[in-house]
Design a protein around this ligand. Structure first.
Ligand code: CO
Length: 497
């Protein structure tokens, strides 16, 4: 092996040590932090991030990457690591330190302002800070550079290589096809789901969730589950990938879907190659591909009839009172009820994408300068009326509901929809490749599916771009018709079309 490649690998591994230590502190902050620790924890996190950034952007790294890029004799995987690292290096170098500090200070301010604004249901508290952030994000787009649209530069942080013009086509399809389809469902006999909101004992829910994770193949020797108000997955390397969930005793949905969803994210992280620790090929491709893994398990597996044929018996044993006389078919319909709602994170599998469509349209227009920050509440409410036929009662449940913009994360939301759409396309291919997959799922055997994901997706890390991977696995780029066919087929059964 090339000597400089060994040095590069060691440096990347040390930087990963710092980054994963940061992740441990972040995880602890979400799961365990006592109230008085917040301030000192922010300082600790800032120090470690600064250290990692310095290590990655110093001249030694620059020289190494320069030398390795010009060298022959690297394997395809090694080449991908050098190319990816160099791309990130160049991107970081374009942002002067002063800008990075200014942005991070503005994000802190915006986060606190958003928090306060949401609590007091008053958008004007958030408005000045958000205004400042939008300006800085525009400046960032200019610094990074873009060919077509400033939003491309922002998207790249979350979904490398994604382009606004492609998302425009995708979300036009969402708008034209999905909105109509949901209106058809609304005219049908509605689905009963009252039993999902009976009382479900906390401890029993917890144990049920652990069993679901084990069945998926989540490795508890390389991870653990805890409780947190906002469920998430975090990795400290493939051999320590942790998930959190939340439990609501009066809503069966919260624990179940967050458990399977985060489990899907975690399986991806556990499936990255430990020998590629710290290297791009040891890291997830993009948020969209990450989300494809969580959505595949949550929606394509977890919300299927086959899955509940395997698990409903256990659920009835635990919660017999609640589910007495409810057939597995009725239960399956209830967990797939489609109903326009106010809050993105509670949305069903179909109307979810209208929430994303709305945010995509808004943030693009903000970046284009076609709407001002002050107009956001009005624009938001109008779009909710338009696409979901919903009146937004207040800003806390409207334009202030999500944390993302307060973090300066513009270009993040589309990755949620991309994930669901990739998930269906991948799952269609898995069904072709694994004969009898559905009957395996009916028997609670999910391990062949996991092995397929490991082989076809997880093991590559960033060796391919999202689009390259999609083509490699399914033979073509992302194609929304997979999602529409899946939706029509599934919901025709549930809504008797
Ligand atoms: Co997710």
């Amino acid at each position: 092996m090339n000597n400089n490649y060994t040095i590069f690998k060691e440096k990347m591994s040390k930087i990963a040590d710092i980054n994963f230590a940061t992740s441990v502190l972040n995880w602890d902050q979400e799961v365990n932090l006592p109230p008085n620790a917040a301030k000192i924890r922010s300082k600790q996190l800032a120090t470690l991030s600064g250290l990692a950034h310095e290590q990655f952007t110093n001249n030694e790294m620059g020289d190494l990457l320069e030398d390795l890029s010009a060298k022959n004799g690297l394997s395809e995987r090694e080449r991908a690591n050098v190319t990816e690292a160099k791309k990130t290096y160049i991107k970081y170098k374009k942002k002067p330190n002063a800008f990075v500090v200014k942005l991070s200070e503005s994000v802190s301010k915006a986060y606190f302002a958003w928090h306060k604004a949401k609590e007091s249901n008053d958008f004007s508290i958030f408005e000045p800070a958000l205004n400042k952030l939008v300006d800085l994000k525009l400046e960032e787009a200019e610094l990074i550079g873009f060919d077509d649209h400033p939003y491309d530069a922002l998207l790249d942080e979350f979904e490398p290589n994604a382009k606004t013009k492609d998302l425009d086509v995708l979300f036009k399809d969402v708008k034209n096809q999905l909105v109509d389809f949901v209106q058809i469902l609304a005219k049908q006999q509605q689905v009963e789901d009252k039993w999902l909101y009976y009382n479900y004992d906390k401890d029993k829910q917890w144990n049920f969730g652990i069993d679901l994770l084990k069945q998926m193949g989540y490795d508890f020797n390389s991870g653990r589950q805890d409780l947190s108000p906002h469920p998430f997955t975090t990795s400290f390397g493939a051999s320590d990938v942790r998930v959190t969930t939340r439990i609501n005793e009066n809503d069966f949905n919260e624990m179940t879907w967050s458990c399977i969803h985060e489990g899907g994210h975690a399986l991806y992280e556990q499936g990255l190659l430990i020998e590629d620790y710290g290297l791009p090929t040891g890291n997830a491709i993009s948020l969209g591909i990450h989300e494809s893994q969580s959505r595949l398990w949550e929606n394509n597996v977890g919300r299927s009839l086959a899955y509940w044929k395997a698990n409903y018996h256990n659920l009835q044993n635990l919660f017999g009172e609640n589910l007495k006389g409810i057939s597995v078919e009725d239960f399956y319909k209830s967990i797939n009820k489609v109903q326009p709602s106010l809050i993105r994170t509670n949305a069903d599998e179909l109307t979810y994408h209208f929430h994303i469509l709305i945010r995509y349209e808004i943030e693009k227009e903000l970046i284009e300068g076609n709407i001002a920050v002050g107009e956001l509440p009005e624009v938001w409410n109008a779009k909710y009326k338009d696409y979901l036929n919903i009146e937004v009662p207040d800003h806390a449940q409207g334009v202030l509901q999500d944390i993302h913009w307060s973090h300066g994360a513009f270009g993040y939301f589309p990755t949620y929809s991309l994930g669901s759409f990739y998930a269906v396309q991948f799952f269609d291919k898995a069904k072709q490749d694994i004969p009898g997959l559905e009957s395996q799922i009916e028997q609670g055997n999910l391990l062949e599916l996991l092995a397929w994901l490991r082989t076809n997706i997880h093991q590559y890390g960033k060796m391919y771009s999202a689009d390259e991977l999609c083509k490699k696995v399914t033979g073509k780029s992302l194609d929304f018709s997979h999602f529409m066919d899946y939706a029509k087929n599934k919901y025709a059964g549930i809504y008797n079309l």
